[in-house]
Structure formats: structure tokens, C-alpha cells
Design a protein around this ligand. Structure first.
Ligand code: ADP
Ligand code: MG
Length: 485
């Protein structure tokens, strides 16, 4: 394995300094149509992981690439596999394995966006939780790129509904997470079903032991690219609080009341702890939702949409449930139980303080967990700032409970009814008479549409949408309950 450590650089949302390497996509061997599409998407410069991995990947090298969530890994492999693709050849030429359906959906969307410069590249998602039959018929119609979870890909291989004999590129995305989820054997089986003449790209946010074992099993002299986590002083303010186990959950509520962050991601180490915390927070009047592995996909989507559109203050999750989520505005991360793995800690708190905003990272530590803090401080090279729960003054206006700024309205009807975000915005700002500023994110799924509106107009907006029409049709609208239920 060769090691390449690219020049350290800041988060890609910041302008790179001039002395840094040339970050223009134009220097890459990409089709003019692809370059034009990148500009159109607003991808003006490569992110550091893209700058480090695209040249060797486009030259056909196998890679093990490690960089934190949100660093642009998807485009690094997507551009590589798209560059090799022959649209006139109706066969699966690239396969991307992802740990969850959600991540597979995100990757599929990104590949489609990046493929827009080319005509008619078919990208198909194959995940569990959806029925097999439509997947099989989509495969019969032909796909160039398949994105899926290991279990479902195995099912298709067993039924011979998926043929990988023409495959050129195999991508393991979020490889660390797939290992966590016990997919090692499945990945090996899928890799064995691929031609040995192929390029294998492995992407991961962290680099646990198992990754090297995976790489040895089926990569060819992979080049290893590591982008060390960037800790920009002052961007993420970390505070550690010593608590007893009895105080832990109540301390979360105290932190929220004191700091009043608009959006908070609270990490628990177990699912049971997630459930307990959710109960405590709701009893205290917070708008909180939980994300866990057993959830049905629709439920999961709903939770994530409500959190991302700022109509839920706190998202309670385990690492497994929260990995890979790309949330752009997050004021605080709370480590309800500090993790023993300092790399996971860095990853957790890296969710906040992104995109030129400051963020808080609070960690609750019992006396027997203090060794973990020592580890973290060593890994991150930061000074530890211990605080006491007694310092958490509740601000005077805190008799007003912390409420999210937005409320989500659920419209029954989505893509299948040809509803587009513009139709909903039009309905609200047209006859209903609201201003654009009173309307937040609009998410359209196959069967539903979620629109965030300012809390102050929620009831009114609900009434007017119900009374009016969208695309000339009456629609059913509900206020998504603050309790998420
Ligand atoms: P990762 O897989 O490393 O977690 P993603 O691939 O999901 O990160 O990318 C995070 C976000 O950054 C996405 O919204 C993506 O569209 C955006 N992005 C990726 N590359 C670029 C770029 N070169 N310029 C601007 N935005 C980018
Ligand atoms: Mg990713």
C-alpha cells in the first residue's frame, strides 16, 4: 500500500489558499459535458478528498480513501465510474454497495445529478425493504449503475436477476459502517461475483482494523488516501460535564434550556438510552424525535425531513442510525454517553460547526469514563474544558419552552401526483397570501409532500392549503404533530 497525504487544507466550503494545489476540475480527464455539468451544479472546485483521489482513480487505480462525512466522497467515486461508463452498452458496469437504503438513495441521487451531462444513464437502487418484483423488472429493462445494500444485492445474485459479468467498477461506500453492521461476508460474496478485471474503490469515514482485511481480500495494490480530520480552533466549542449516571438524561434537558440551540443531535450508545432520553425530553416539553435502526423507511424519512427543516429541536440517535447523514445546520451535538472510541467522538462532533458556522459539542462524562476524555484530548490535540452542571443557569426567558422555529405540514400526495416543490410554494404565496420568507424547506417524496412553515402561521397555512388547491386539485393536509406521532 502506498500512502498519500495531501497537503492539509480547510473545509472545502472555505476558499482554498492560493498556495494550495490546483483544485479545478478542468485539469482532470473528464468529458467537456461533465465539466459543464459540474459548473452547472455549482461544483467549482474539488474538495480535498476529490483532489487527492480523482487523479489516481481516473487513472484506474484501486483506492482506499478515508475522509470525514460531508467531504464529498460520493462525487469522487461517482465521477470515476461515470467516466468509464459506456452508455450504449446495456449492462451493469458499476456497482456501489452502501450500508443503508437511505445512504443508497443519497448516492443514487448524487450519481444521477453528476450523470446529467451524459444522456440516458440508468442508475438503479436495489435495497431491502422494497418488494423484489419491481426491482427485477427494472433490472430486465437494463441499468448501467446499480446502488444497493449488500443483503439485497446478494438476493438478486442468488436469483440470477442481477448479472455482474460486465462490471468495471465496484465501490464500497461507508465501508466502516458496513463492517459495523456485519456485512463483511456479504461484501466478500458480492465481490466474488464480480469479474476480477475491475477497479475497486473503498471509501470510509474511519479506518478500523477490518478495512485493511477487506482491502487485502479483493483490492489490487490499493493506494491509500487519508485526509486527517480538520479541527479548526474555535469552530467547534467543546465542553465536558461530569455527571452521575442518574443525572445524565436530565442534564441533556438542562443543556438545551441553557444554550437553547435550534437543532441538536444527541448521541446515545444504546437504543434503550435513546428511548429513555426521548421520554425525558418530551416530558420536559421539547420537540424531540428519535432515529433508530428498526424504523420503517417512511418513518425514518419523516423524522429526517422534520429535523432538517427545523421543525424538530432534538434528534436522538445511535451512531449506527446517524452515520452518513448530511445535515447542514446543526448548532449542537450532545454526547449523552461519551464514546470510548475517540475517532467516533471526532466524527460525532464534526457534524456541528460546519459551513462557516460555529457549533457546540457537549459531552456528559461519568467519573469512570474520564479515561475516554484523556484519549480524545490526545487524539484531537485540544485542551479540555471541564464545566459543572451547576453552571448551567437557565436564562430568564426560559419559561418559554425551546420551540423549533418551523412546523411541518404533511400533504398527502407527492411525485406520483406530479406535485413539485414550486406548486406548494405557489399555493402558499399565491392565493393563501403568505410570503416566501414564511415558508421553509419543501420535500416531495413519492407519495407525500412535507412543507415547513413558520410556527406562527402553521394553523393558518393548514387551513388555507386545505381550502385551496394544488395543481388544480383539492389536497389533504395534516399538521405533523410536534410529538412526531
Ligand atoms: P461524504 O460522502 O464524504 O459524506 P457527500 O458526497 O455526501 O459527502 O458530499 C457532501 C455534500 O457536498 C453534498 O451535498 C455534495 O453535493 C456536496 N459537494 C460534493 N462535492 C462538492 C464540490 N466539489 N463542490 C461543492 N459541493 C460539493
Ligand atoms: Mg458518503
Amino acid at each position: 500500500m502506498t500512502e498519500v497525504s495531501p497537503a492539509p487544507s480547510t473545509l472545502f466550503t472555505r476558499a482554498p489558499d492560493n498556495s494550495a494545489a490546483n483544485l479545478s476540475f478542468d485539469q482532470l480527464p473528464l468529458a467537456p459535458s461533465t465539466l459543464a455539468n459540474l459548473k452547472h451544479l455549482g461544483y467549482l472546485q474539488m474538495t480535498p478528498i476529490q483532489a487527492a483521489s480523482l487523479p489516481p482513480a481516473l487513472a484506474g487505480q484501486d483506492l482506499i480513501a478515508q475522509a470525514k462525512t460531508g467531504s464529498g466522497k460520493t462525487a469522487a467515486f461517482a465521477l470515476t465510474l461515470l467516466a468509464k461508463l459506456n452508455p450504449r452498452r446495456f449492462a451493469v458496469q458499476a456497482l456501489v454497495l452502501c450500508p443503508t437504503r437511505e445512504l443508497a438513495d443519497q448516492v443514487t441521487q448524487e450519481i444521477r445529478r453528476l450523470a446529467r451531462g451524459e444522456d440516458n444513464i440508468k442508475v438503479l437502487t436495489l435495497c431491502g425493504g422494497s418488494t423484489m418484483r419491481p426491482q427485477i423488472s427494472s433490472l430486465e429493462h437494463g441499468a448501467h449503475v446499480v446502488v444497493g445494500t449488500p443483503g439485497r444485492i446478494m438476493d438478486h445474485l442468488q436469483r440470477a436477476s442481477l448479472d455482474l459479468s460486465a462490471l468495471d467498477s465496484l465501490v464500497l461506500d461507508e465501508a466502516d459502517r458496513m463492517l459495523d453492521m456485519g456485512f463483511f461476508d456479504d461484501i466478500v460474496t458480492v465481490a466474488k461475483a464480480c469479474p476480477s478485471e475491475r477497479q475497486t474503490l473503498l471509501f470510509s469515514a474511519t479506518f478500523p482494523e477490518g478495512i485493511a482485511t477487506l482491502a487485502r481480500q479483493f483490492q489490487r495494490q490499493p493506494q491509500r488516501i487519508t485526509l486527517p480530520e480538520q479541527h479548526e480552533a474555535g469552530k467547534i466549542r467543546q465542553r465536558f460535564y461530569e455527571v452521575t449516571n442518574d443525572q445524565r438524561l436530565a442534564a441533556v434537558a438542562l443543556l438545551l434550556k441553557h444554550y437553547r440551540p435550534v437543532s441538536t443531535l444527541a448521541f446515545c450508545n444504546t437504543r434503550q438510552q435513546c428511548r429513555d432520553l426521548l421520554q425525558v425530553l418530551r416530558a420536559e416539553g421539547f420537540v424531540a424525535l428519535a432515529l433508530h435502526g428498526e424504523m420503517e423507511q417512511r418513518e425514518r424519512d419523516q423524522v429526517l425531513i422534520q429535523f432538517a427543516n427545523r421543525s424538530c429541536s432534538v434528534l436522538v440517535a445511535t451512531d449506527v442510525a446517524a452515520r452518513g447523514l448530511d445535515i447542514d445546520q446543526l448548532e449542537a451535538v450532545i454526547n449523552v454517553d461519551i464514546t470510548p472510541d475517540s475517532e467516533i467522538h471526532v466524527h460525532r462532533i464534526g457534524r456541528t460547526g460546519r459551513v462557516d458556522q460555529d457549533g457546540w459539542a457537549f459531552s456528559l462524562v461519568s467519573s469512570n469514563q474520564k479515561g475516554r476524555v484523556a484519549n480524545i484530548v490526545k487524539t484531537m490535540g485540544v485542551d479540555v474544558e471541564w464545566r459543572s452542571l451547576n453552571d448551567l443557569q437557565i436564562p430568564v426567558d426560559a419559561d418559554k419552552p425551546l420551540m423549533p422555529p418551523m412546523v411541518t405540514l404533511l400533504i398527502l400526495g407527492g411525485r406520483k401526483e406530479k406535485i413539485r416543490p414550486g406548486d406548494v410554494l405557489g399555493a402558499l404565496t399565491g392565493e393563501a397570501g403568505f410570503s416566501k420568507e414564511q415558508v421553509g424547506k419543501i420535500n416531495v417524496t413519492d407519495t407525500s409532500t412535507y412543507v415547513a412553515v413558520l410556527r406562527s402561521i402553521a394553523k393558518d397555512a393548514l387551513r388555507k392549503l386545505t381550502a385551496g388547491t394544488i395543481k388544480g386539485k383539492k389536497v389533504k393536509v395534516h399538521l405533523l404533530s410536534d410529538r412526531g406521532g
